[in-house]
Design a binder for this molecule. Structure first.
Ligand code: NDP
Length: 324
């Protein structure tokens, strides 16, 4: 089988497509012929070695994949069935989706939801799944389109693009934050009504003018602090990312004076019931145009250069990896 293999030499991560014997696959009760995987921010950190994602080498990266089951020892799944996987440490501490075959635990798999095929499910991928979890977090906080505007940060990235498209399709008014003026037409096309520059969100005061009913933040750091300071009374901020850093230079003021809710969102260990619900919603709520608007399709051998582009903030939308 062909796989992107990460090895370590002199503390540097080396990434190359190699031919690997199937017998090297890790333990697991289901073997999947991968049709599509995708490149997420975490994959880019792993492949470039810029983040300490991988601790055991050699490793096949790829935190998500979709494909057809070749063999299953799990009675819930059968050969020929289409499935997808995101998270659970796959592509981090268990060989992942950037390979022609993956062997995983049946517990980690999601049957392909009705309305999606393997390709579409990986255009969504971990990033889009996380965006849906963030939207559901706002809904859980009773934020509706009537509550007011929603801010999406890191908007031209994978999570951000999907969040803008989803919120807009659900009738919310979306303000997108981007550091790239060249992305404005793309973001308007996805459904953002207003676009603000990243630089406007540096060094916020503890409380600022109340602007957002809800926020989906993929950036962290000063961006998240500013978003909290601008969230209106009773609003909710769903925080899922750290593209701008993992710090949070904020105060308690938004929480104790404006009843603001800061809701963390993790996609890796999301329990199965919520996973199934999020995928059902993604299949139902994303407009058809989303799949052509956000996807760049690449081959396995092109993944290292695109991982580098993600790290340099020169990629946008979702990068889909076609395995064959
Ligand atoms: P992308 O690289 O696709 O998008 C990130 C976006 O953030 C960029 O497109 C850019 O948007 C913006 N950005 C990049 N660098 C900076 C910076 N230094 N300061 C401010 N903004 C910046 O990544 P994803 O969308 O895949 O992931 C976004 C974040 O969410 C990552 O931190 C990732 O680790 C996290 N994540 C978390 C998950 C979870 O389970 N909690 C799951 C998936 C992702 P623009 O150019 O428009 O400003």
């Amino acid at each position: 089988m062909k796989a992107l293999l990460l090895e370590q030499k002199d503390k540097n991560t080396l990434a190359a497509v190699k031919e690997i014997d199937e017998s090297s696959l890790p333990e697991g009760d289901v073997t999947v012929e991968v049709e599509y995987s995708s490149l997420n921010y975490k994959d880019a950190l792993a492949i470039t070695g810029k983040g300490k994602i991988i601790r055991q080498f050699p490793m096949v990266p790829g935190i998500d994949f979709a494909g057809r089951i070749r063999h299953s020892e799990d009675v819930r799944f059968h050969a020929g069935q289409e499935v997808l996987l995101t998270g659970w440490g796959v592509g981090e501490n268990h060989w992942g989706g950037l390979a022609e075959l993956a062997r995983v635990k049946g517990d980690w798999l999601v049957p392909l939801p009705q309305g999606l095929d393997c390709r579409k499910s990986m255009i969504i991928g971990t990033a889009g799944f996380t965006a849906m979890l963030c939207v559901m977090a706002l809904e859980d906080a009773a934020i509706t389109p009537a509550s007011g505007e929603i801010l999406v940060t890191g908007a031209s990235g994978g999570v951000g693009s999907t969040a803008v498209a989803l919120l807009s399709a659900l009738g919310y008014t979306v303000t997108a934050v981007s550091g790239r003026e060249s992305m404005h037409p793309y973001l308007h096309h996805l459904g953002a009504s207003t676009i603000l520059d990243r630089s406007e969100f540096a060094a916020a005061r503890p409380l600022e003018k109340q602007r957002w009913a809800g926020v989906i933040d993929t950036v962290g750091n000063e961006m998240l602090a500013a978003a909290l300071a601008q969230t209106q009374y009773g609003g909710c901020v769903a925080a899922c990312g750290l593209a701008g850093g993992f710090a949070l230079p904020t105060t308690v003021m938004p929480f104790i004076l404006r009843n603001v809710r800061l809701q963390g969102v993790d996609s890796v260990m999301t329990p199965s019931m919520r996973r199934l619900e999020a995928w059902r919603r993604l299949a139902r709520d994303l407009p058809e145009a989303f799949f052509t608007d956000v996807a760049t399709e690449i081959t396995l051998s092109e993944t290292p250069q695109h991982a580098q582009a993600i790290m340099e903030n020169s990629a946008h939308g979702r990068i889909l990896v076609k395995m064959k």
